[in-house]
Design a binder for this molecule. Structure first.
Ligand code: HEC
Length: 295
């Protein structure tokens, strides 16, 4: 597990230099994007911002390196891609605030969620009572545990590196966090439609990432029992227009990612009509609703 801080100059910059500068640097500026200085990274490319401190899932700089290599948006477009370890470093760096070091300040205050490391940083958050035990158990089975915005009573779990196979997902440890569990990522796991039945035990979650899984319309039917859900990521899943009715009932949704799913454009438009307040992201830069970043 990674430590608390990933340094930009010694860790991130060399990765970008080796794998990105050739097309996003001094010589070439593909997509209107330069990645060779903090200022240019933060000013983004033709499509707008590429890095949102604290939110890797909203940061193309990271996301595009995690797509399947045959995805037309996969980065780097040529040459060797980022290893899983490099992806994890980039993600971690963004998650804890994308600090560029002394001398650079982000304009807006990033929303920071610090990782628990194995090196004793747990004490910082004064997790009390049983939570300490539960966190330890979760870490033992490979679940990444995080807190949301420094709040030791709001937990975030990522199962991406835990070794569960389709049909065998077990949330019995997570359930013990009770209403303190607010964010759950099952992205890039083997999770099957049936496994999602078990999510009803986690009715406090507000954020659910199912991106790059095999989840389809049948799985979506099980999400109805998550009344607090405000963020749902179904990017690169098998979810299709068949889920319109189910999703349309989730009126608390603020953000819904359908990019790379089986949804058709007309399906997305129909859903948007039913969920006028929800920002639905269906294409690289095209949010159809009151998407973030729109004035
Ligand atoms: C061989 C050239 C090449 C390399 C290497 C490369 N890119 Fe790109 N990148 C492109 C091209 C071309 C585009 C524009 C694609 C388009 O507009 O459809 C682009 C666009 C992007 C964008 C979207 C910019 C915007 O605002 O729309 C991001 C983010 C990005 N690249 C990140 C990266 C990262 C991170 C790396 C290194 C891991 C990388 N790229 C390496 C060619 C490259």
């Amino acid at each position: 597990m990674l430590g608390l801080s990933v340094d930009y100059h010694t860790v991130i910059e060399p990765i970008l230099k080796e794998k990105c500068y050739q097309c996003h640097g001094e010589d070439k500026v593909k997509g209107g994007l330069r990645l060779d200085s903090p200022d240019s990274i933060m000013s983004g490319g033709d499509g707008g911002e590429v890095l949102v401190p604290g939110a890797p899932i909203d940061s193309l700089l990271y996301l595009m390196t995690t797509y399947p290599e045959d995805d037309p948006d996969y980065m780097p477009q040529k040459g060797e891609g980022l290893s899983q370890a490099e992806q994890a470093l980039l993600k971690d760096w963004i998650e804890v605030g994308a600090y560029f070091g002394e001398g650079f300040k982000h304009e807006a205050k990033p929303s920071v969620g610090k990782k628990y490391s194995d090196t004793g940083s747990k004490g910082t958050y004064k997790i009390v009572g049983e939570a300490v035990l539960i966190v330890t158990k979760l870490q033992e089975i490979g679940v990444l545990v995080d807190t949301v915005n420094h709040d030791a009573k709001r937990f975030e779990l990522a199962y991406t590196y835990a070794e569960f196979s389709a049909g065998s997902f077990d949330f019995s440890e997570a359930v013990q966090l009770g209403s303190e569990l607010v964010k759950l990522s099952l992205a890039r796991t083997d999770v099957a439609n049936d496994d999602l039945k078990k999510l009803k035990q986690l009715s406090s979650i507000e954020y659910l990432d199912l991106s790059r899984t095999r989840v389809g319309d049948e799985g979506v039917t099980h999400l109805a029992e998550l009344p607090k859900l405000s963020y749902l990521n179904l990017r690169d899943t098998n979810v299709s227009d068949g889920s319109i009715e189910q999703l349309a009932r989730m009126t608390n949704l603020e953000q819904l990612y359908l990019w790379g799913s089986q949804f058709t454009r007309s399906g997305v438009l129909a859903l948007q009509e039913r969920l006028p307040e929800t920002a639905i992201v269906f294409d690289t830069n095209i949010g159809l609703g009151n998407q973030r970043g729109r004035p």
